[in-house]
Design a protein around this ligand. Structure first.
Ligand code: TYD
Ligand code: MG
Length: 406
């Protein structure tokens, strides 16, 4: 929203009218939460993800949910007929949903100014081009300039613009990171193509927090919301197998229970393998070193595989204790008590450290029927009110978890 040179003057906050900052709620709860409470007028939102992950489907379902909102869907990827087929498959009920097959951004914007949609969707930015630029669609210059023009349109018209961007092999959206600076919000749609779960997260959001995630499941009827991710993430857990432990993490404001799996086996390599999926590699090496040094668990000559079930990536250390205990369980080949949930960060000395918001985590674990919850001792006080009649153990050394679990 560029100021008009020479026309602006300083204003007190009270003089600034922000009542126009209304949002359009998509009606898809998981989506609205990640957006920070709906779509902000005049914002430009990049939706990134691997090809085939479900970006177009998500946009289409948003359009379906916004029944009375006027939507213009511009596709440079699929023909209008293909889009109609997909819309029919998804049971499109929005009668004010229009499709435009066009890749020239200037033409797209001319059409948008005439059509006057409430929401504009561009699928995908890699197919768009500006005639004044020589390079091919998808190149850095084209992607940047096309986005800049769409940005201008969003800001001047107040129409929110969704821009789909495929993640390139280097892992960044639209190749260069430049786009992320231009747009207001960057949503990443993640998941394994071979798994049904899809996680939507905000990597950047000028209009909300970046901590929230939305969880979906891809089905033959499109993306389904998963309002209780814990149940899903734990659903395939097999009681009684070694190397499986449950922890409670926080994704934004929501606690999520998940299964940590470890497999420790004799190595046939000079450099034993360390394959970690869903958690920081170096942090995991630290945890293995702590186990070896503080508990005398000899794993330096073993291959260690660690996996966070369900395809989540965890970026908080509260899962440390669960990872360590999954490793011990697999190393000993003794299953951990399946009704136990572990929460705690581990320090280099083998001490168990407090985690933020223990109440929410413990509540979720109790809700899902876990009967024994192991938490950092330093967190016990905060849990005072919920410990009555419940088996909640506070520990301050990692070795104590081993004694309690096995
Ligand atoms: P799509 O939205 O086309 O992915 P993107 O736009 O990110 O490239 O979705 C791709 C996959 O989703 C495709 O392989 C088919 C699958 N899919 C379903 O399983 N069910 C459905 O209802 C739809 C529409 C797609
Ligand atoms: Mg697509």
């Amino acid at each position: 929203m560029g100021a008009q040179t020479g026309k602006e003057h300083p204003r007190r906050l009270a003089e600034i009218d922000n009542s126009q900052e209304q949002r359009i709620e998509t009606g898809i709860g998981e989506f609205d939460r990640v957006l920070g409470g709906g779509i902000t007028k005049g914002s430009i939102i990049l939706v990134g993800g691997d090809p085939g992950i479900g970006k177009s489907t998500l946009m289409m379902q948003m359009a379906r949910s916004l029944m009375t909102v006027r939507i213009l869907y511009v596709s440079g990827e699929e023909s209008a007929k293909q889009i109609k087929m997909r819309a029919q498959r998804l049971g499109m009920s929005n009668e004010d949903f229009s499709v435009l097959s066009e890749t020239n951004v200037e033409a797209v914007l001319d059409a948008a100014r005439e059509h006057q949609p409430d929401i504009l969707i561009i699928d995908s930015i890699q197919t768009m081009f500006r005639s004044m630029i020589e390079s091919a669609p998808g190149s850095v210059g084209q992607v940047r300039e096309s986005t800049a023009l769409l940005m201008q349109y969003a800001k001047t018209s107040g129409v929110p613009v969704f821009v789909i961007g495929h993640v390139t092999k280097e892992g960044s959206i639209a190749g260069p990171k430049v786009l992320e600076h231009i747009v207001d919000t960057v949503l990443q749609f993640e998941g394994e193509r071979t798994h049904a779960y899809r996680i939507l997260r905000a990597a950047k959001n000028r209009y909300g927090s970046t901590n929230e995630i939305g969880v979906f499941q891809m089905t033959s009827e499109g993306l389904m919301e998963v309002p209780n991710p814990s149940e899903i993430f734990l659903s395939e857990r097999q009681d009684g197998s070694s190397g499986s432990v449950v922890s409670a993490i926080l994704e934004g404001t929501r606690p999520v229970l998940l299964e940590v799996q470890a497999l420790v086996s004799a190595s046939y390599f000079n450099n034993p393998q360390r394959t970690i999926t869903g958690y920081d590699q170096r942090r995991t090496s630290m945890l293995l070193a702590v186990l070896e040094k503080r508990l005398g668990i000899r794993i330096s000559q073993s291959d260690v595989f660690i996996n966070i079930a369900g395809g989540l990536y965890i970026d908080e250390p509260a899962v440390d204790l669960a990872i360590a205990m999954a490793v011990v369980s697999s190393h000993r080949d003794v299953p951990a008590n399946p009704g136990t949930c572990l929460i705690g960060e581990i320090g280099l000395g083998g001490e168990v450290r407090a985690v933020p918001q223990p109440e929410m985590r413990v509540q979720e674990a109790l809700k899902l029927g876990f009967e024994h919850i192991i938490v950092p001792k330093a967190n016990l006080k905060a849990l005072d009110r919920m410990t009555k009649g419940k088996k909640i153990s506070g520990i301050d050394r990692v070795g104590q978890a081993v004694d309690l679990l096995f």
